[in-house]
Ligand binder design. Structure first.
Ligand code: BG6
Length: 468
């Protein structure tokens, strides 16, 4: 039994921020790096691969974190970050994905990056695959539709576990793994042809991702016994559009479409409800003999998830998803950002309780934030709207902790402006730190603190007590 019912955040709560390699590093071909899916999707993860495109691709340079990380980490340290989440670009380590030997320069980059964090007392949290699969694996093997990727991924994770075993103790597998339904190329490294059976492809690739996650957990615990391996899902909330039983039940089923992924990764087996989906859609999975035993034995230690908003769902409508969650009907009780995301801090308390009731494993909010336009006025950015957003969400986190939820930490998404995953833009900004770069790729890349910078610093130094 956990007895964490004291008001307030527990000691050692992991406050910090989160980014992903492909949205921040730039240097997309430097030091031997190979191409990943993210490098050839200039319009963002929701669109398709455009290999020969001449379009502006902001990811190629991004905010050049590859060369600016020392300066950026110093700013994170100034805010008092306890932790920092980033991802390793698989293609820096294995440029094609199927080589036998890793790329030393790529390994060295992350050594330097993790050393810099540790020097400042910041604990690295590392996602092994954040919306980028080596392009060669997608083109030559069909991405995660192929079982071979389990072996390539295992080779990659073994290399990084051995290399960083003294530096990194918090790991996560596939970013927003459940988004394979909505953005299969980004989240699952697969492309689906016009006449292909979409659900068959998605469930087969998911099975491979599940087995790869279990093997990664196994190897992580063997190589770094004091490390924790988490699952990572997109779990912005879903509400029924009305109290009509059809709306309520269909919203429930839609939610289960996401929770299916954490059900497998945290409980260690396929839930009964998926059998009906497979049967009715004539889905036949290739599951090898030892797979189910692996899933059962090597479950995730914690659940990392992103939460940005809630979606309201009306029965019988089709819905599609983007980076922040699903797109549904309008909720008249909530405010909406210029990008159409409905802000719902109470929804975070709801989701935290929902997830903890379901799994009783530690939860980690590894993404939450406000992406919007910022205005530079008289050399300053007074982003009170961002402060309000974060304050409201932190208040609800605190309530959830008092409700009894075991919450490990909070890494704000995009503590420094980066390229948007959903749209490939710079102008959808999340940062407490502004970066001088615009949608056309112009700018000096100079970093500048916004008003929210000092506010978040105060939140961390007071361990979430001072939110004014
Ligand atoms: C999450 C992704 O879905 O949402 C991030 O894991 C992404 O990569 C974040 O950046 C916010 O989405 P967007 O589209 O505003 O960048």
């Amino acid at each position: 039994m956990t007895t964490n019912n004291k008001p307030g955040f527990p000691e050692g709560f992991l406050w910090g921020g989160a980014i992903a390699a492909n949205q921040a590093e730039g240097a997309y071909l430097e030091d031997g790096k190979g191409l990943s899916t993210a490098d050839v999707m200039p319009d963002g993860v929701m669109r398709e691969i455009k290999e020969e495109s001449n379009e502006m691709n902001l990811y190629h340079k991004a905010i050049d974190f590859y060369h600016h990380y020392e300066e950026d980490i110093a700013l994170f340290a100034e805010m008092g970050f306890k932790t920092f989440r980033t991802s390793i670009a698989w293609t820096r380590i294995f440029p094609y994905g199927d080589e036998l030997e890793p790329n030393e320069k790529g390994l060295q980059f992350y050594d330097d990056l993790f050393d810099e964090l540790i020097k400042h007392g910041i604990e690295p949290v590392v996602t092994l695959s954040h919306y980028e699969t080596p392009l060669h694996l997608v083109k030559s093997y069909g991405g995660w539709k192929s079982r071979k990727l389990i072996d390539f991924f295992t080779r990659y994770v073994e290399v990084v576990f051995h290399r960083y075993k003294d530096k990194v103790k918090y790991w996560m597998g596939f970013n927003e793994i459940n988004n394979i339904h909505n953005i299969p190329t980004a989240a699952g490294g697969i492309t689906i042809k016009e006449n292909e059976d979409r659900l068959q492809a998605i469930f087969q690739a998911s099975h491979h991702l599940f087995v790869a996650s279990a093997v990664a957990t196994k190897r992580c615990h063997e190589i770094i016994p004091d490390a924790k391996m988490g699952a990572m899902l997109s779990l912005s909330g879903i509400y029924p559009n009305t109290c009509h039983p059809d709306d309520v039940f269909e919203a429930y089923e839609l939610r289960r479409r996401s929770l299916f992924f954490s059900d497998v990764l945290l409980r260690g087996y396929y839930p009964n409800y998926v059998q009906r989906i497979w049967r009715e859609n004539n889905i036949k999975l290739d599951i090898e003999q030892n797979d189910l035993a692996l899933l059962e034995k090597y479950t995730a230690d914690y659940l990392g998830f992103s939460y940005y908003r809630t979606t309201t769902y009306k029965a019988g409508t089709t819905t599609f998803g983007n980076t922040g969650g699903l797109v549904g009907t309008d909720n008249p009780y909530l405010e909406t950002t210029p990008w159409g995301w409905q802000i719902d801090s109470k929804g975070l308390r709801y989701v935290l309780n929902e997830l903890y009731d379901r799994y009783q494993k530690p939860l980690f909010i590894v993404e939450n934030g406000l992406g919007t336009n910022d205005k530079l006025e008289n050399g300053e950015i007074n982003d009170d709207y961002r402060i309000n957003y974060v304050r409201d969400h932190i208040k609800e986190m605190k309530e959830a902790i008092i409700d009894g939820v075991d919450l490990m930490g909070y890494t704000y998404w995009g503590p420094i402006d980066i390229v948007s995953a959903g749209t490939g833009e710079m102008k959808k900004r999340y940062g407490f730190i502004h970066v001088d770069r615009d949608n056309d790729g112009n700018g000096t890349l100079e970093r500048k603190k916004k008003k929210s910078f000092n506010w978040y610093k105060k939140v961390i130094s007071s361990n979430g007590k001072d939110l004014e």
